[in-house]
Design a protein around this ligand. Structure first.
Ligand SMILES: Nc1ncnc2c1ncn2[C@@H]1O[C@H](COP(=O)(O)OP(=O)(O)OP(=O)(O)O)[C@@H](O)[C@H]1O
Length: 291
């Protein structure tokens, strides 16, 4: 099973959102990381077959997806970034409706909906209208509809926005299990969502792919540039504007522990620490003024 993206380009009037992307995606979880406006959504919508590329093509096992039509939809699941369709529908009715659109039989529909409601803890809201659900709950319904047809390719755009930490962990586990022999692509700003489950991460900037690799391979870029130091809250102030700070957390001593990015240690007592994917994300995608 292979998805090939060849020289894919999308231009909106004078804006090139995706600029010559080449990718070969095989089964596993793929994290698509990039700042706002990098072109992630545009790329995913083209892969989902709902946006026509300006140039280039997408092939599934060697066949252009535009020639596959219905057959591509049968093997595809997609959770868009903004999910708010059919707000008047009750959860169960909506899932049944989506299952019918995806061509599931009555028997498969009942079985699959039960299974997904269980896995995504949706049972207690089965008879509620979607518009009355919390944001996190709506997202779970969105995830459920994307999984209804047991897709071979699953594309999720910002799937965990609105989910609480417990839900995020459950969701990650669900995806890891699901991706064993399938292609799952997750676009996100929430780096920890893909850090431990992604087989491979795709880094995107200004419409282009700037790097691809496992978390372990990619974090090497910031090896020796991540520091931690303990300091008083008052001393932190002047550094906040100058440094790329990853996080600051309170210590039992009353001091704060600051994790920051820099080529050299800036504060006395700074210790070099092993890099994480979030450190790299900040290094690549955030200007100093944002840090
Ligand atoms: N329909 C459109 N018309 C014009 N420009 C667009 C359109 N859709 C997207 N863009 C522009 O293309 C660029 C890429 O947008 P896209 O939404 O794909 O990025 P993204 O990486 O998904 O960002 P975000 O995480 O904020 O959704 C942005 O500069 C955006 O303003």
């Amino acid at each position: 099973m292979k998805l090939e993206i060849k020289n894919l380009k999308k231009t909106y009037k004078d804006k090139t959102a995706v600029d010559g992307v080449n990718l070969e995606i095989t089964p596993g979880v793929w994290g698509l990381l990039g700042a706002n406006g990098a072109g992630k959504t545009t790329l995913m919508r083209m892969v989902a077959g709902i946006l026509t590329p300006t140039e280039g093509e997408i092939l599934y096992d060697g066949i252009p997806i535009k020639e596959m039509g219905e057959a591509y939809r049968d093997i595809f699941g997609y959770l868009p970034q903004t999910f708010g369709f059919y707000p008047e529908f009750r959860v169960r009715d909506y899932l049944e409706y989506m299952a019918a659109l995806k061509g599931l039989t009555r028997k498969d529909t009942a079985r699959k909906i039960e299974e997904l409601m269980e896995k995504l803890t949706l049972k207690e809201v089965r008879n509620k209208q979607i518009r009355k659900l919390s944001g996190g709950m709506q997202r779970r319904v969105g995830i459920a509809q994307a999984l209804l047809n047991n897709p071979e390719i699953l594309i999720l755009d910002e799937p965990t926005s609105g989910l609480d930490p417990g839900e995020r962990i459950r969701f990650r586990n669900l995806l890891s299990e699901f991706a064993k022999d399938r292609i799952v692509v997750i676009s996100t700003h929430i780096v920890p969502d893909v850090e431990y489950i992604a087989t491979c991460n795709i880094l995107m900037k200004d419409g282009a792919i700037i790097d691809i690799g496992t978390t372990e391979e990619l974090v090497k870029m910031v090896k020796g540039k991540v520091w931690e130091v303990s300091l008083t809250q008052e001393k932190l102030g002047p550094y906040e504007a100058r440094l790329k700070i990853i996080n600051v957390r309170n210590e039992d001593t009353g001091n704060v522990r600051m994790r920051y990015l820099s080529d050299i240690p800036v504060l006395p007592g700074s210790q070099s620490v092993p890099p994480r994917l979030e450190d790299l994300y900040l290094w690549l995608f955030s200007g100093k003024e944002e840090a």
